[in-house]
Design a protein around this ligand. Structure first.
Ligand SMILES: [Zn+2]
Length: 197
């Protein structure tokens, strides 16, 4: 039984969205937010996006391509930011969704940069470039969830809400990654989500 997915993507990456839609056995909501919701009430906006766009999806697949960076500007990224905020939002009668970030092939070498020796703890960590030059803050802040002292130099899987996967790995095992992102909804780290980072 498939899970219902919402796909959050930039128009430039719509070929990847179409590929998922046409080739994977995934129950998908074929909508994306492309108009502003006229209200000053943030709870109303979130609830409206959840109802009209995300519908009864339990996971948001967020495609990370060359046009997904926070640095491209809040105005340029307003729709994907709203889509992720509404996915992360946990309100009355609404349940948050899991977030699965899929790194598109053209971004793989920018994001997965190998390992380095950490100047703080002198152990080796993998360098995963999830920051304002690659993704919006709604993703990065919930991928690298900071502890209260902001002293962390490395993150384990339990320290992340967002799940990250390379495009090819996702295609090889889509259900597994989707389930993993969905499980995060009821994990301890879900209490540390930042909806508006
Ligand atoms: Zn370290």
């Amino acid at each position: 039984m498939g899970r219902k997915c919402f796909i959050s993507f930039k128009t430039e990456d719509s070929a990847y969205k179409d590929f998922i839609q046409n080739n994977l056995d995934i129950d998908m909501i074929d909508k994306s937010l492309n108009e502003a919701i006229d209200s000053d009430n943030e709870d109303y906006i979130m609830s409206k996006i959840r109802k009209e766009y995300l519908s009864d999806s339990t996971v948001t697949i967020h495609l990370i391509g060359k046009y997904s960076a926070e640095n491209r500007g809040k105005e340029e990224q307003r729709y994907i930011k709203r889509e992720l905020q509404a996915s992360l939002y946990h309100g009355k009668g609404d349940t948050r969704s899991g977030i699965l970030g899929v790194v598109l092939p053209e971004m793989e070498s920018t994001i997965y940069r190998g390992s380095f020796i950490c100047p703080k703890c002198s152990y080796s960590h993998n360098y995963v470039g999830i920051n304002d030059t690659t993704v919006i803050k709604e993703f990065s802040a919930n991928y690298y969830i900071q502890n209260s002292m902001n002293t962390k130099c490395s993150w384990s899987e339990e320290d992340r809400y967002c799940v990250l996967v390379k495009w090819d790995d996702f295609l090889n095992h889509p259900e597994g990654y989707i389930e993993y992102a969905i499980e995060k909804r009821s994990s301890e780290i879900a209490n540390k989500i930042k909806v508006y980072p």
